[in-house]
Design a protein around this ligand. Structure first.
Ligand code: SF4
Ligand code: SF4
Length: 380
């Protein structure tokens, strides 16, 4: 049985979050089981894009502050960081930390913010789909990596939590390269598991106090869930996280790959929950519009499948009345399927790989997901 630690947390007030984080560390066997004094700890959080904490797209600064303060008071040196999609440099990070409230969290806790944008190649000893990965270097120079992800739906990956948050180890624009090389969700999920197996986070925490439902990871709607979850095992933590959202863990692509690779069983029954009864927190999160049904996959000839995918799979559509012509979607589109004409984006759906990076990273929420009416009928 793998253990997952649950701590009820009603809101983001300092008192409530600090109390809930104390409880998580106690349930996990005490802080000395997680870190040693003088350890250098990298706190890998979710800063997918510049968003105010109330939008629930990024790890809430109060959770980051509480964890960092706990570690620093114990005697650790703490560095907080992430690499968002798009450019990755000091200027981008500075503004990201400020808008997301992380600058304040670092100031209040005494943690350092990462501005070191060096990257390096790392061999993936357990790699299934890649033999080496170019990743941000500072976490590998620390004694421990602790992740604090956000409980959210995800357009491409369905769910994002402890494993998906590690895609931020890939530096900025290189994320697009991986999307391009691995447009199939099965391959992409294997990549995420490869990253997780290479980084080997020592402890994983999910901020599920307010999660995000619908068109996550950035354009969905905040959903109060009132829970912080944690585990030494990121796969079992994601089984618990998706279960809380009303998603069958076996529908989550990263969990599917982890099961195939014998990294977890995918079963909620194989988890011992400490702290709270998980059944008191199960909600029904609305799923992203990108959720499609592959009912024809493997049942029709390949060319027919491609034709059906082209016409029936969800696709990004642009709301020109909201779009400000900032070029962000054009910059991040892995296969360069977007062209800017008269300062507005236009997609070539024949080459679009449905990665939904444009949807994820549009600062105006101008990219909606169109789902074919036939598919809608199947999903009702
Ligand atoms: S990222 Fe959004 S606002 Fe910017 S050009 Fe694309 S659709 Fe328009
Ligand atoms: S248009 Fe959007 S969904 Fe299609 S490949 Fe480009 S970024 Fe991905």
């Amino acid at each position: 049985m793998e253990k997952v630690f649950l701590s009820k947390c009603e809101n983001y007030s300092k008192e409530e979050v600090y109390r809930a984080i104390d409880k998580i560390f106690d349930l996990a066997g005490g802080i000395d089981k997680i870190v040693k004094k003088n350890d250098k700890v990298f706190l890998k959080i979710n800063l997918v894009m510049k968003k105010h904490p109330d939008e629930a797209a990024t790890t809430h600064p109060m959770v980051v502050e509480a964890v960092a303060k706990k570690l620093i008071d114990y005697g650790c040196d703490v560095i907080i960081g992430d690499s968002p999609g798009g450019p990755y440099n000091e200027k981008v990070l500075k503004s990201l930390y400020k808008v997301c409230g992380i600058e304040e969290a670092a100031k209040n806790s005494g943690a350092k913010l990462n501005y070191d944008c060096r990257t390096d190649d790392f061999l993936t000893s357990e790699g299934c789909i890649v033999k080496k990965l170019n990743m941000i270097k500072p976490p590998f120079e620390c004694d421990k990596v602790i992740t604090i992800s956000k409980l959210k739906t995800h357009g491409m990956a369905l769910y994002t939590g402890a494993v998906k948050v590690l895609f931020g180890m890939i530096p900025g624009i290189y994320k697009a390269e991986y999307h391009l090389k691995m447009p199939d969700i099965k391959d992409f999920s294997n990549l995420l598991v490869d990253i997780c197996e290479t980084v080997k986070p020592h402890f994983s925490i999910i901020d599920g106090i307010v999660g995000m439902e619908g068109d996550g990871p950035t354009a969905g709607v905040p959903k109060k869930t009132g829970l912080i979850l944690a585990s030494y095992n990121p796969y079992y933590l994601d089984i618990a996280g998706s279960y809380v959202m009303g998603i069958n863990p076996k529908d989550v692509p990263t969990i599917q790959r982890a099961v195939v690779r014998n990294l977890c069983t995918g079963k909620i029954e194989d988890i011992e929950f400490l702290g709270e009864d998980i059944n008191n927190f199960i909600l029904k999160y609305k799923l992203p519009n990108t959720k499609s049904v592959n009912f024809f996959r493997g049942r029709v000839p390949k060319r027919v499948e491609e034709f059906l995918t082209y016409y029936l799979s969800p696709r990004p559509v642009f709301q020109y009345d909201v779009c400000v012509g900032c070029n962000r979607c054009y910059d991040v589109c892995p296969p360069k399927s977007i062209k800017m004409q008269n300062n507005k984006p236009h997609v070539d759906y024949r080459t679009c790989i449905r990665c939904f990076c444009c949807h994820e990273l549009c600062p105006q929420k101008a990219v909606k997901i169109y789902r074919n009416k036939i598919i809608n009928r199947f999903l009702k």
